[in-house]
Design a binder for this molecule. Structure first.
Ligand code: ZN
Ligand code: ZN
Length: 394
């Protein structure tokens, strides 16, 4: 038994390499983004330019039930904001690049395909676009949205005879596509509380579900729950404690933008720049990023950046990249296997912290809250935060 515990801990340490001895880097990315290919209000090239300019390393442009391929023309509404956006697009990319047609009734623009526009932005080790899709279904009026990252061809959204079945059929479709193509790709559950559609009870029953959005920047997604319904963080722990008891791998938590609105800004809009992941990998490729994500070697953030994160046999050590005048509260949350929720074990005010695992700890994670107001927040009053991935202890 003792050997088993040591082996399990060694494998845990192996997949969370030490900064000093490994050539790994942190790559920043947003895995949930919309464009004019579905219900976003901007051209994909303008969106990619924004993310590249903001220092992101990768983006998954995940429109609803469509990939950016084939011929698609969109009508530009005759209002000053959208006409102005078209003029800006034309100015930025030029008449050789932008295809449009106009008559007395409408202005239409042909959208560029991912295969064409990706070469404008992708650079080795600095910027990568992951082909993605938001599989968009519903069951009895409840939205069921599941992203697939690094998909190779369009996966039709699945239906089913129950909410669970709709979810599982979509997940199974992604896993089947992965097996058939040999290309790494993964499903992640979007915004469970959008339409109050998906709760912890249904997610506990899923198979092969390794990721969900603990934070989504869209105004309608109820990240924090309400007086009677769980927020995503509470769901996350409850689900993972159940997964531990039944022997399923842990579910990891992503932060994403789910950006749709690129011209109007405020809490009532879904704007870019609200939530992202920082993934530790040796190179910026889909395979390396997905391997790191599946190993839990990443954290979710709305602004807090880590300079070190290490898990050893005895505990967790983390350091924050400090910003001038900003203070940080580091909370370590843990639970025993029979618990239904984590408990706040330690709170440290500072730029670094160590948590020593305690006897009985089976699930441990950290949450960092900054004193800095989040710019253009999901909810007024939000502070910049980060969430590390849960660790399962033997
Ligand atoms: Zn959605
Ligand atoms: Zn979305």
């Amino acid at each position: 038994m003792r050997t088993l515990i040591v082996l399990a801990l060694l494998s845990l340490v192996a997949c969370v390499p030490d900064d000093a001895s490994a050539p790994d880097r942190w790559f920043k990315g947003n895995l949930h983004t919309h464009s004019l290919w579905s219900d976003g209000d901007e051209f994909p090239e303008v969106i990619m330019q924004w993310y590249a300019d903001q220092g992101y390393h990768f983006v998954g442009l995940s429109d609803h039930n469509i990939l950016q391929e084939g011929e698609k023309w969109v009508k530009i509404p005759n209002n000053p904001i959208r006409r102005g956006a078209f003029e800006a697009y034309l100015g930025q990319f030029g008449p050789e690049w932008v295809q449009y047609r106009e008559d007395s009734t409408a202005l239409e623009v042909r959208l560029q395909t991912l295969d064409v526009y990706r070469s404008l932005f992708e650079r080795p080790d600095s910027f990568l676009i992951l082909k993605s899709e938001e599989l968009t279904s519903r069951f009895e009026g409840k939205p069921v949205h599941i992203n697939v990252t690094n998909v190779d061809s369009l996966i039709p959204a699945a239906s089913g005879n129950s909410l669970l079945e709709v979810m599982q059929n979509n997940i199974d479709a992604v896993m089947a596509r992965r097996a058939a193509s040999g290309q790494p790709m993964f499903p992640h559950i979007n915004h469970p509380n959008f339409g109050w559609a998906i709760d912890a009870a249904v997610m506990k029953e899923l198979k092969n579900e390794r990721f969900f959005e603990v934070y989504n920047g869209h105004p309608l997604v109820h990240n924090y729950g309400d007086s009677t319904r769980q927020g995503t963080e509470a769901m996350w722990d409850e689900i993972n404690l159940h997964y531990l008891r039944v022997g399923k791998p842990l579910m990891y938590g992503l932060a994403t933008d789910d950006s749709h609105n690129y011209h109007s800004f405020g809490p009532e809009y879904s704007n870019a720049g609200r939530g992202w992941v920082q993934v530790r990998a040796d190179k910026l490729t889909p395979d390396a990023l997905i391997a790191a994500l599946e190993a839990g070697d990443f954290y979710a953030s709305t602004g807090v950046e880590l300079s070190a994160y290490e898990v050893s046999e005895t505990g967790i050590r983390l350091e924050i990249l400090p910003a001038p005048g900003v203070t940080y509260t580091i909370a370590f949350l843990a639970a025993g296997v029979e618990d239904e929720a984590t408990e706040l074990r330690e709170t440290i005010n500072g730029n670094s912290a160590t948590y020593a695992f305690r006897p009985g700890d089976r699930l441990v994670r950290a949450r960092i809250t900054s004193s800095k107001d989040k710019h253009n927040p999901f909810k007024p009053g939000d502070k910049e935060m980060a969430w590390t991935q849960p660790i399962a202890l033997p």
